[in-house]
Write a protein that binds this ligand. Sequence first.
Ligand code: CP3
Length: 341
Amino acid sequence: MKKLMRALAGERQDIPPVWMMRQAGRYLPEYRETRAQAGDFLSLCYNSELAAEVTLQPIRRYGFDAAIMFADILLIPQALGAELWFVTGEGPRLTPVDDAAKLDALKPADAVHETLAPIYETLRILKRELPAETALIGFAGAPWTVATYMVAGRGTPDQAPAHAMKDTAPEAFDRLIDLISEATIEYLSAQIDAGAEVVKLFDSWAGSLKGEDFDRYALAPAKRIIGALKARHPDTPVIAFPRQAGERYIGFAKAVGAECCALDTSVSPEWAARFVQRDGCVQGNLDPALLVTGGAELQRATREIRDALSGGPHIFNLGHGITPDADPENVHLMLEALRSA
Ligand code: CP3
């Protein structure tokens, strides 16, 4: 069995499998070149040949244990009919969906395949071209995180527009969460049919949900999506990432039916070993800033995470995506530290 799949099946390994969030990205010169060839970022996402090429680039350079298909969590709102574009240096923009009328104008969940067909083709190409030992990961954004971008029409530091809509127009907001949940079930299920061996659900803004809101908008939608996927694809493991969930990391994977819980940098690996890993595999959680600064501190932190989580199943990763200013040589340094005593 592939190293990543063994960890997800609950096996402890002396050297954990490793991959990096945003491993295909702007820190790599070969990515920047292919992206320039594609035109803009979205054209790259929908160009199956080039999207497969950038997915393979970090595998060739570093021999990671997993490849994550190249796409974006905001393709789902676009497939539902919201307009999406990226402003260079600033980030995503969407036509806001912040009331019942705009929600009514969106397409039904099963219409998403029309727009997302090129993503499935990317996966079919990767299935053919990846080395036999490399696992293929598909993904989607979790409904709350996707809704924060849809309601605001852009990224926000505090997700205030989505919080306002859930508090002042709860019926419309719940309908939005339901629509995204149904579309995500369709999307992830089609990714698995096209060759994804693992799927990951990114809830990047889960940490802004407190108390009952966390249960209602982070936990319940993840549980619903994973339950529906398991009914169709019982053997495909799921990685859940309720970023900055803090103490709500405890028991989260079990509650939603995921095999693995991904951790951000706000929790210590020692704490995660005690309170999260007892439920199964954990993934994380090196600070991506260390791939900018490098040196002995990068090597020390890498070994500390590996050793703290060595008592159970672990997938080594970052706590968030690698940044454009990271030095590609530092990734080699991290891998050497991880794979040596
Ligand atoms: O991890 C991977 O290598 C797979 C591809 C992937 C991308 N985005 C490519 C991307 C994945 C898994 C994502 C997830 C994603 N996208 C999340 C969840 C994880 C997280 O970062 O919290 C979110 C919130 C988004 C939405 C998004 N996409 C934003 C806010 C931005 C702009 C900020 C930025 O980093 O530029 C993007 C753009 C984006 N998505 C890039 C890449 C490689 C950079 C675009 C470029 O090449 O110009």
